[in-house]
Design a protein around this ligand. Structure first.
Ligand SMILES: Cc1cc2nc3c(=O)[nH]c(=O)nc-3n(C[C@H](O)[C@H](O)[C@H](O)COP(=O)(O)O)c2cc1C
Length: 208
């Protein structure tokens, strides 16, 4: 089949009952970000339009849609708002064991409400930035905000944005380090697919 995403309802003229788009660009890692607002209140949320896009220095990017909460006084989701206002974030690796907390942290709570407490996880202080790390996550990366890019949008009043950030400090659980290498697969990193589907890294093979 062939379809054009810009033509027709439900994300294009694919003729399917559900938009297939997010199940085609897979697997997507999940940027699971802790941030803080100007008052020091903690926020946690998952973003699967996410990846690392440069290595030296490490630069990450994620795409954030508009805030659809009723009565919200700001068009941005909390993560974008906090990163833009305070300039810092922490990436926490989303793993299979934490899948329920990852999903629940995507619930749209009012601004300023702490999703780390809401999902029952533990905060530990970061070394270089103010937002805390999630203790239960085996890899945490401290980051500083770089830039926001507004993307073309079909809803001109509520655009999507790309947020770019630089990773400045990385914590790795000692349990993942084996023979001088990081065995990240041991942590079963979570991948977002489309629909309600997720996966995790299981089969690893080298190609030299
Ligand atoms: C696994 C997962 C991935 C998500 N990815 C995105 C994403 O890439 N972009 C986005 O705008 N929202 C995404 N969401 C929805 C946000 O997490 C949700 O709107 C959340 O409430 C935003 O929180 P915040 O306002 O605290 O930043 C995702 C949700 C889940 C559960």
């Amino acid at each position: 089949m062939f379809y054009e995403p810009g033509k027709g309802p439900k994300g294009g003229n694919h003729g399917l009952p559900h938009n297939p788009l997010k199940n085609l660009f897979v697997p997507r890692p999940i940027g699971w970000f802790t941030t803080m607002d100007a008052q020091g209140r903690v926020n946690l949320a998952p973003y699967s339009f996410f990846n690392i896009v440069a290595g030296d220095p490490p630069i990450i990017v994620f795409g954030t849609g508009p805030d659809f909460r009723e009565n919200s006084d700001d068009p941005r989701k909390d993560t974008q708002r906090n990163i833009e206002e305070t300039g810092e974030f922490v990436f926490n690796l989303a793993t299979y064991d934490l899948k329920d907390q990852v999903k629940k942290s995507g619930d749209m709570l009012p601004y300023g409400e702490d999703e780390v407490e809401y999902v029952g996880l533990t905060k530990v202080p970061s070394k270089l930035v103010s937002p805390p790390r999630i203790k239960e996550s085996p890899v945490q990366a401290e980051g500083k905000y770089l830039q926001t890019i507004q993307l073309p949008s079909n809803d001109k009043n509520r655009p999507t944005h790309l947020i770019l950030g630089e990773i400045v400090g990385i914590h790795i659980s000692d349990e993942l380090i084996e023979d001088g290498k990081v065995n990240t697969a041991k942590a079963k990193p979570l991948a977002r697919l489309g629909y309600y589907d997720y996966g995790f890294i299981e089969n690893i093979f080298p190609i030299k």
